[in-house]
Design a binder for this molecule. Structure first.
Ligand SMILES: [Zn+2]
Length: 100
């Protein structure tokens, strides 16, 4: 039985490692711009975030990404991250105790 190698990456916020495919890649392009890379295929230096909405607290995530990517996140990059954070929160089931 052949064991398949699963590439692992670490979330820059919580520090847990996950199979690369389960993480969201943020890339610094060769032009020096920071972009969300949902397909994980853009060239450049990458940083990874897991899909736990807690890791998408941008006050924490943005400085970590900037440090890892060694590039500032411009307005557009921040906006893309904020949008993605919202879609993650919407996907979560209702909070326990919430009245339907
Ligand atoms: Zn995380």
């Amino acid at each position: 039985m052949a064991k398949k190698h699963v590439p692992m990456r670490t979330c820059v916020v919580c520090g847990r490692s996950y199979p690369k495919r389960e993480l969201i890649r943020v890339v610094r392009t060769p032009e020096g711009r920071v972009e969300l890379d949902l397909q994980g295929k853009k060239p450049g230096r990458g940083a990874y975030l897991c899909t736990d909405p807690a890791c998408w607290d941008l006050r924490v995530a943005i400085p970590r990404l900037q440090r890892t990517l060694r590039a500032p996140l411009d307005e557009e990059a921040r906006h893309a991250l904020a949008e993605y954070a919202n879609t993650l929160r919407e996907r979560r089931p209702a909070v326990v105790g919430e009245i339907p």
